[in-house]
Design a protein around this ligand. Structure first.
Ligand code: PBG
Length: 328
C-alpha cells in the first residue's frame, strides 16, 4: 500500500519541527513517580554507593525534596525506609509501628506539602532480620501469615496518611486482604498500586544496599517473585490483583520487561506503571561515567520507551532531574 517513492518515510523526519509534529509518544513531569530513601536524623544526606546521585535523607530533607518535586509537577513520591539494624527482627513488627520512620515521614510531608501524593511500599524486607519481603518460618517464606503482617503494615501507612499503597511483596492474596482491611477501617480512598508483575531480578542489587537489605538478605526471592521466563503468568497476576481491588498495576524491573508492560496495557487497559529499578539506574550511570553513552539522552530515551510500551507512568530515580529539564 505505501510504496516508494510516493511514500518517503524520511519526509517527516527532515527537520526538528517535523519530528516534533509526528512524535507519537511524549514524556511529562506528571508521568513520573520519584522514590526517596529515608533515614533517621536531621539534615542527613548520605550517598548510596551503587547509585551515584541518589541519597539517603532524613525526614526534614525529604520534606524539602517533596516540595521541590511538587513544584516541578511530579504527582507522587514513593518512600523507602532504611531503619536501624536493631529494629530488623523475625516478626518485622516495626513495619506496623504507627510511629515508624516512613509513617513519620508521611505525616511530615503531608503537613508540609499537601499538594503531592505520597506512596508507601508494602513489604517486610526493610524490617526483616532475614531481608525477605514476608515472614520466614523454618527457612520458608510463609504466605498467609505474611499477608496478615502486610495488612497491619498497610493499615499503619494509611493511618499515617499514605495516598497510595504499593504492595511489592508478591505474596498471594495480599491485595484482596489489604483492600478489605482498608475498606473496613474507612480508608476507602486509599489507592493500591500493586506490584503485580515483579520478577526475581538481579537488577535490584543497588536498592538493597540503599535500604540496608543487602546485609540481611539470606538466599533469593525466587519462591515469591516471578521467573524471568514467564509472561502469561504475569497476566494472571494482574487479573487477580485487579479482581482483588488494585487500582493500578506495576511491572518491575522496567526496561527488560517492556513486553510485559505492553501486554498488560493491551489486555487490561488499566493504569499501568513500570519501575525503572536501581540496577537500570546504575547501568546508565556507570556507562555515562566512562563516557560510553550520553547520559541525558540515554535517560530520556529509556523513559520514553516505557511510555511507548504503554506505561502511564514510570517510577524512576531520575524523576526530579528529568522533570526539571522538561519544564526548562
Ligand atoms: C522490596 C523492594 C525492592 C525494590 C523495591 N521494593 C527490592 C527487592 O524486591 O528485593 C527494588 C527497587 C530497585 O531496585 O530500585 N520489596
Amino acid at each position: 500500500m505505501h510504496q516508494f517513492p510516493r511514500t518517503r518515510m524520511r519526509r517527516t523526519r527532515q527537520a526538528p519541527w517535523a519530528r516534533d509534529l509526528v512524535r507519537e509518544t511524549t514524556l511529562h513531569a506528571a508521568d513520573l513517580i520519584w522514590p526517596l530513601f529515608v533515614v533517621e536524623g536531621e539534615n542527613v544526606v548520605e550517598p548510596v554507593g551503587a547509585m551515584p546521585g541518589v541519597e539517603r535523607i532524613s525526614i526534614d530533607v525529604a520534606t524539602e525534596r517533596a516540595r521541590e518535586a511538587a513544584d516541578h509537577g511530579i504527582p507522587l513520591v514513593a518512600l523507602f525506609p532504611n531503619i536501624d539494624r536493631s529494629l530488623r527482627t523475625e516478626e518485622c513488627a516495626e513495619a506496623w509501628n504507627p510511629d515508624n520512620l516512613v509513617c513519620r515521614a508521611t505525616r511530615a510531608i503531608r503537613a508540609a506539602v499537601p499538594d503531592i501524593g505520597i506512596m508507601e511500599d508494602v513489604a517486610l524486607d526493610p524490617y526483616s532480620a532475614t531481608g525477605h519481603d514476608g515472614i520466614v518460618r523454618g527457612g520458608r517464606i510463609v504466605n498467609d501469615e505474611s499477608v496478615e503482617a502486610l495488612v497491619r503494615q498497610a493499615l499503619a501507612q494509611a493511618e499515617a496518611g499514605a495516598d497510595v499503597i504499593g504492595p511489592s511483596d508478591m505474596m498471594d492474596g495480599r491485595i484482596g486482604a489489604i483492600r478489605d482491611a482498608l475498606e473496613g477501617a474507612g480508608h476507602t480512598d486509599v489507592m493500591l498500586l500493586s506490584y503485580a508483575a515483579k520478577y526475581a531480578s538481579s537488577f535490584y542489587g543497588p536498592f538493597r544496599e540503599a535500604v540496608g537489605a543487602d546485609a540481611t538478605l539470606k538466599g533469593d526471592k525466587k519462591t515469591y517473585q516471578m521467573d524471568a521466563g514467564n509472561a502469561d503468568e504475569a497476566m494472571r497476576e494482574v487479573a487477580m490483583d485487579l479482581a482483588e481491588g488494585a487500582d493500578m498495576v506495576m511491572v518491575k524491573p522496567g526496561l527488560a520487561y517492556l513486553d510485559i508492560c505492553s501486554r498488560i496495557k493491551r489486555e487490561f487497559a488499566v493504569p499501568t506503571y513500570a519501575y525503572q529499578v536501581s540496577g537500570e539506574y546504575a547501568m546508565i550511570e556507570a556507562a555515562a561515567e566512562r563516557g560510553w553513552i550520553d547520559r541525558e539522552k540515554a535517560i530520556l530515551e529509556s523513559l520514553v520507551a516505557f511510555r511507548r510500551a504503554g506505561c502511564d507512568g514510570i517510577l524512576t530515580y531520575y524523576a526530579l532531574e528529568v522533570a526539571k529539564g522538561l519544564r526548562g
